[in-house]
Ligand binder design. Structure first.
Ligand code: PEP
Ligand code: MG
Length: 578
């Protein structure tokens, strides 16, 4: 996919944030700082260098805290939490004290010491087998860059761009992306993946972005006019007047569509033949509720409770959990709120959980497997959920279920917790119990599982990686990761058929649910509810209103027979443009 086309004027890469932009290339290069090379200082300079370093740490802390706040407000808690890791590095003795030690003991300049310690820490983290920890290497580089920028008096937070800039970089950090001003109309990177945090932030800021363009960027020069197509994943270099005119017409069309979609976001989604499809929001914290409601969510289809655990430095207590669950339930009144039980393991470790290292963590003691192996931890969550059920329409969903025994074990623990609460004189409410279908075995065996649960929700993010044997976080095989692969769609159909037989609802809460182009296919497969990030709701609702059940069914039947995800995409895109 990557490289130049025969026309030599189009760079093909990976689409990461939708939209169309016309602008002038501005390369964001790493600054060549001569002072990054460790420079020895005299004894007289040590105190001054130490205060320079401490001042830079304080300023960086302030900048990151502010960035965290604005990102939380404008983008969401989930994405903002990446900056907690940055703040943690600034408080980490292994990083800060080591830099101080080198300035003091080895008489290195502040920039030299900071640059060396940043590099060593990031190299060390990158070499770790634990995926979560090795991904922190990018975070420490981001923090180090900020400190070096401050030390060399570059005001990193105020990098300014001329209006209409398309920022081109080898890689963009989450900080850099979150700090971009509205003068930046498009983003192009040499490396990176569409599931990285920079891409997630670009999507929410609605800045068209393509990533992974590779060596094709070598010939791109500052000041060249380009068209960034964040849907197609292309960059057109120096388009002629006719092409520019066509792009402007497409931009106007998109803007009109977006305005209509936002206005239509609040009303329920009813198909053209009168079928109601519930459109819900995915959230990671009670702080995301406001954005979910503003986006038109009719409830919560996935509350990822692991963020509650990851934000804490201890196992969240029953009272702490109750407060968080109650806040979300009360905000949604009678509307359904699906709270997912703890899903750690895989790429989501918990520092205080002391989980043994696993060679294949995604195939390891993740999610419900961890919870059942640690019933004390699990009981605290189940008790909090039972007590929270008093305050709304609670649905509890268990991730990574693979067999009926797991469902029965969770039910038995719930019963135990009910008995305990009763004996203690505590009040608790009714709840519905469902499972996530995200392991292929659960989809294949959905007819066996369905009679044991009140609802099912398909986690296409994991279902795709397990079905296609493609690690969802590995950018080298990202081109193979596609939730619209017919194999995944066939599993969705099997799940929906099994759910329909016993009359229980079935939703999709993976990223596929927020792909408006796939909405008709999902309805045709038999999905009754879709849950997605708040920013996707309006578009999906508009799409659903044009769907009729018969046509959707025929489309789904047809795409199930296609040979590849690319053919499915071609088919649904052709329909969208028809
Ligand atoms: C999924 O796997 O589709 C899902 C929604 O869960 P997560 O992305 O948290 O693994
Ligand atoms: Mg999952």
């Amino acid at each position: 996919m990557k490289g130049r086309t025969a026309l030599e004027r189009q760079i093909k890469s990976i689409p990461a944030a939708a939209g169309l932009a016309i602008g002038k290339v501005v390369w964001l290069r790493k600054h060549d700082r001569a002072d990054d090379v460790p420079r020895h200082i005299s004894e007289d300079e040590v105190d001054a260098e130490l205060s320079r370093f401490h001042a830079a740490v304080a300023a960086a802390r302030e900048q990151i805290a502010e960035l965290r706040n604005t990102t939380a407000k404008q983008v969401g808690e989930e994405e903002a939490s990446v900056f907690d890791a940055h703040l943690a590095f600034l408080a980490d003795p292994a990083y800060v004290d080591e830099t101080v030690r080198r300035i003091r003991r080895e008489a290195l300049s502040a920039t030299g010491a900071c640059s060396a310690v940043t590099k060593e820490t990031s190299d060390m983290l990158a070499s770790l087998p634990d995926e979560y920890l090795s991904a922190r290497a990018a975070d420490i580089r981001d923090v180090g860059d900020r400190l070096l920028g401050l030390l060399s008096s570059e005001t990193k937070g105020t990098v300014t761009f001329a209006p209409g800039s398309v920022v081109v970089a080898d890689e963009l950090t989450p900080s850099q992306t979150a700090e971009l001003t509205s003068d930046v109309v498009g983003l192009v990177t040499r490396r990176g993946s569409k599931t990285g945090h920079a891409a997630i932030i670009a999507r929410t800021l609605a800045i068209p972005m393509v990533v992974g363009a590779g060596d094709a960027l070598d010939d791109l020069g500052d000041g060249q006019t380009v068209v960034v197509d964040g849907d197609a994943g292309t960059v057109d270099v120096e388009p002629d007047a006719a092409e520019l005119e066509a792009v402007r017409a497409r931009q106007a069309e998109r803007a009109k569509h977006r305005a209509e979609a936002l206005a239509a976001g609040r009303a329920p989604a009813v198909t053209a033949d009168g079928r109601r499809i519930e459109v819900l929001a995915n959230i990671g914290s009670p702080k995301d509720v406001e954005a979910a409601l503003a986006g038109g969510a009719e409830g919560v289809g996935l509350f990822r409770t692991e963020f509650l655990y990851q934000e804490s430095d201890h196992w969240p207590t029953e009272a702490e959990q109750l407060e968080a669950y109650r806040a979300v339930l009360e905000a949604f009144g009678d509307a359904p709120v699906i709270i997912r039980t703890l899903d750690i393991g895989g790429d989501k470790p918990l520092p205080y959980a002391e989980m043994p290292k696993e060679d294949n963590p995604f195939l390891g003691q993740r999610a419900v497997r961890f919870c059942l192996a640690n019933p004390d931890v699990f009981r605290t969550q189940l008790r909090a959920l039972l007590r929270a059920a008093m305050f709304g329409n609670l649905h509890v969903m268990v991730p990574m279920v693979e067999n009926v025994e797991e469902v029965e074990a969770v039910r038995a623990l719930f019963d135990e917790c009910r008995d305990q609460l009763k004996a203690e004189g505590q009040t608790f409410g009714e709840l519905k119990l469902g499972i996530m279908v995200e392991i292929p075995a659960a989809a294949v065996m959905a007819d066996i599982l369905a009679p044991h649960v009140d609802f099912m929700s398909i986690g296409t993010n994991d279902l795709t990686q397990y079905t296609l044997a493609v690690d969802r976080g590995n950018e080298r095989i990202e081109h193979l990761y596609d939730a619209s692969h017919p194999a995944v769609l066939r599993l969705i159909r099997m799940t929906c058929d099994a759910a329909a037989k016993v009359g229980i609802p079935v939703g999709v809460c993976g990223e596929l649910a927020g792909d408006a182009a796939m909405a008709e296919t999902l309805v045709g497969l038999g999905v009754t509810e879709l849950s997605m990030s708040a920013t996707r709701i309006a578009d999906v609702k508009v799409k659903l209103r044009g769907v009729t059940t018969d046509r959707a069914r025929a489309l789904a039947d047809e795409v199930l027979t296609l040979a590849s995800a690319a053919l499915v995409q071609a088919r649904v895109q052709a329909l969208a443009q028809a």
